[in-house]
Design a binder for this molecule. Structure first.
Ligand code: AMP
Length: 540
């Protein structure tokens, strides 16, 4: 197919806001093209160029693109809102005599291989090489095509082609059930691969193709997790880098949770897998931490081992790593995804030996025992625990409630800026509180969470009286108050949230006590909230 036709199709996708129509157009494209060509077309349309597990990157900055385009169309007048429109308008002013009239129009395949050549230009002078290829590419496309090309190169095609939509289109094109396509996409790491395989759905892990990792939800406490899951497994939650280990024969490759390959950064871990896993072929999962004398080293040290550039062999000694395994997804040709947790763990124990370790674990239904285990994990410098359902399968790419993470509780001092009347027994009181941190720049108090938990009936009474005295505005059940009452609030996690202007929201917030000894200017700042958020979110 000509690239021009793909660009026309992209216009059609852009011009409709109907999801169904977008799905139909993409499905039609998939059916019309051969697998390899459709695969490349979808990667271009979504502005990815390479799928997540492909380490190649274009690395073309906006400045470079601009330089190339300006050379082709000097003095052009850039108009438009996105990169593609700007480039298109520039090229319209290009002196036609500069373009070679006899050049054949470009096909999708040709454009894609030129993009590959750009990604593969490496080493000294790579910037120049990239520019030369870009220039030949843009000199051969019409302004209408340049729009899609430029947007794809900067990674923003804005066609509304989310992964969910691609999955729908693939299901439609090959007449498969959506759930099956989704599952195969998680097992293969991305939906593009299904198209490349001509619609063949794979449900068994493929060695050297990273799967989307199974994810956990949060529980408020060990007790809450055990109440929900019943008798379950508890494991230390290590604060490191999650890796999927793929091995066959002597070959070992490691992938991060974002599916990028990290093998080269960790030759020592690779070696430990070679000697510590007794299997011809396996896919395992675990967490790498930096460790000395059995104690975890700070995450900041660990992360130095994973910097992309300039891997320094000296770091191997300076920052010793250890892989703690916690799951088994494939063994000697057999998929373990559907097997229950207990069976996967038992098999893991059989095939793994020193210098590798398994994540410390226990099975219990007793909350006190669980709390003791959690305390032990924290004392040893870990992040908390994971509670896992004993009969749970491994579900790639899904954040479900088979795994529940319980993290250390943090506290912040916050000020109450508004409250709502409760329901039922609590309707007499203002029992739901908006909690705010101080913005150090403006001095404003910005809401970071809401809670109705933690106070006794007497305290609700007291609080209601106080809030009424401090009211500045009433609106239905809501009362806005002068920011005066400071409370200490416990929580398990901070999330990014558009709900509040602060941009953050506390998970499982509860009031620990009323801090009458503190004034509002002593409450924690938004910077502190951000710092705690960043500390918990540093994942590769
Ligand atoms: P979070 O990133 O807070 O959603 O927590 C999930 C992450 O905890 C996983 O992606 C792993 O990197 C990490 N983790 C640490 N220990 C374990 C464990 N025992 N089981 C599963 N994941 C673990």
């Amino acid at each position: 197919m000509l690239f021009r036709e793909l660009a026309e199709l992209a216009r059609r996708i852009a011009s409709t806001s109907s999801r169904r129509e977008k799905v139909a157009i993409v499905a039609e494209l998939i059916r019309k093209l051969g697998p390899e060509e459709a695969y490349k077309a979808l990667l271009i349309l979504t502005g990815r160029i390479f799928p997540p597990s492909d380490p190649r990157e274009l690395n073309v900055s906006w400045a470079t693109l601009w330089k190339v385009v300006s050379e082709l169309a000097p003095g052009g007048e850039p108009k438009g809102v996105d990169v593609g429109e700007l480039v298109e308008s520039m090229l319209r002013s290009r002196d036609k005599r500069q373009t070679t009239l006899f050049e054949e129009p470009l096909t999708i395949e040709e454009v894609y291989s030129l993009l590959e050549a750009i990604a593969e230009a490496e080493g000294p002078g790579s910037k120049g090489k990239k520019e030369v290829i870009l220039k030949s590419l843009f000199s051969r496309v019409e302004p209408e095509e340049a729009w899609l090309l430029a947007n794809a190169i900067v990674g923003e095609t804005r066609l509304g082609l989310s992964e969910g939509l691609l999955i729908d289109a693939i299901a439609y094109a090959y007449r498969r059930r959506r759930e099956d396509v989704e599952r195969a996409a998680m097992v293969l790491g991305d939906p593009y691969e299904i198209v490349r395989r001509g619609g063949r759905l794979e449900f068994k892990p493929v060695v050297f193709r990273p799967l989307r990792p199974m994810l956990a939800q949060t529980a408020e406490s060990v007790r809450a997790a055990i109440t929900e899951l019943g008798k379950c497994a508890l494991e230390y939650k290590l604060d490191g880098v999650r890796v999927q280990v793929h091995m066959r024969g002597g070959e070992v490759r490691l992938f991060s949770r974002r599916l990028s390959e990290v093998t080269r950064s960790v030759p020592d871990v690779v070696e430990s897998v070679r000697s510590g896993v007794r299997a011809e072929e396996a896919i395992l999962e675990g967490e790498i931490i930096a460790e000395r004398d059995g104690k975890p080293l700070p995450f900041q040290m660990l992360i130095r081992r994973f910097r992309r550039t300039n891997f320094d062999p000296k770091l191997i000694e300076e920052i010793p790593l250890r892989l703690y395994l916690f799951d088994l997804l494939l063994l000697n040709g057999e998929s373990y995804l559907e097997r229950p947790y207990v069976e996967r763990r038992a098999k893991l124990e059989q095939v793994v030996s020193e210098p590798l370790k398994l994540v410390p674990s226990m099975v219990t239904s007793n909350p006190q025992e669980g709390e003791k285990f959690m305390k032990e994990a924290l004392e040893r410098g870990h992040e908390g625990i994971m509670a896992k359902r004993l009969d749970s399968p491994y579900v790639p790419g899904v954040r479900g409630r088979y795994w529940l993470k319980v993290k250390e509780v943090h506290t912040l001092d916050l000020v109450i800026v508004a409250a709502e009347r409760g329901y039922g027994r609590r309707h007499r009181w203002y029992s739901d509180y908006y909690l705010a941190a101080r913005d150090p720049e403006t001095g404003e108090f910005l809401v970071v969470g809401k809670t109705f938990k933690g106070l006794t009936d007497e305290e609700f009474e007291w609080m209601t009286r106080k809030l009424e005295e401090m009211a500045v505005e009433r609106e239905g059940k809501l009362i806005k108050v002068r920011p005066e009452i400071v409370v200490e609030v416990a929580f398990n996690e901070i999330q990014r949230s558009p709900k509040y202007r602060s941009g953050f929201a506390l998970r499982f917030a509860r009031i620990v006590r009323i801090r009458d000894d503190k004034t509002p200017d002593e409450v924690d700042t938004l910077d502190r909230v951000r710092e705690l958020y960043e500390r918990q979110g540093r994942k590769l």
